[in-house]
Ligand binder design. Sequence first.
Ligand code: ZN
Length: 266
Amino acid sequence: MYDFSRCKLCAATAASRTYELAKTTVYACSACGFHYISHLDSLPAESTGNPAQTLNQKAWDYIESRLPGNGKQLKKNLDLVSHHLSLTGSYCLDIGAGAGLFPRLLADSGAFVHGIEPQGIFREFAQRKFGIDLNEETIESRHWQQGFTNFFDVVTLWDILEHVNFPSETLQNAYNVTKPGGWLFLDTPRRDALYYRISEWAYRLSGGKNALFLESLYSPLPFRHKQIFTLRQLVQLVKSIGYTVISLHNNVLQPQNKMVLVCQKL
Ligand SMILES: [Zn+2]
């Protein structure tokens, strides 16, 4: 059992319960200011005693219905990647590949693609819809850490860091499998955006009764948001791991208030 008073970012025993939401609690670290909830996923989720999800017609239709919206964003992400390097013949790893659309786009651009997706129904969908075989093993596993050290030209983490149990470890493990000179591309919501601050004010003003967007930003359900970084925290973290930040896009007025980071292992 993890002691949530130990900060997931800086490891100081300096975090305390700060926002009591309907379904979970947000801890804030007084040393580094990191925010995260008091919940971790057990992996693989299929073995937690819940019946394994199956890719029935309903699940298939749901995943398929979301492809156009996700696809629009992922095509922009592909443009961002191919702006920085030629994908032809490059080795790419998409961590948290979901339905497999981004690996499909990479493969169509001439890349050799690997993808990680812990949820079985998404792996099955990716296989049947896109002919893409995704790996179940997560990035910290021996499969990647021993078999693919300094291997990939590109590692992508689209909307992943807010979902994983320990984002510092995820980034470190991503770094390990990236070859020198290789690239990291990621996006994640940012906390120092207006919607988050307004929610914090609302929480304080209402004595904890109304947390506005915080209720939907965080969730204890499997694979949902567990932490949200400020831009400064994220930049500091990737630099401490060894990445060089090549560019960052941090429009606070962007839909979903996301930040996009392009880094290189130099
Ligand atoms: Zn901390």
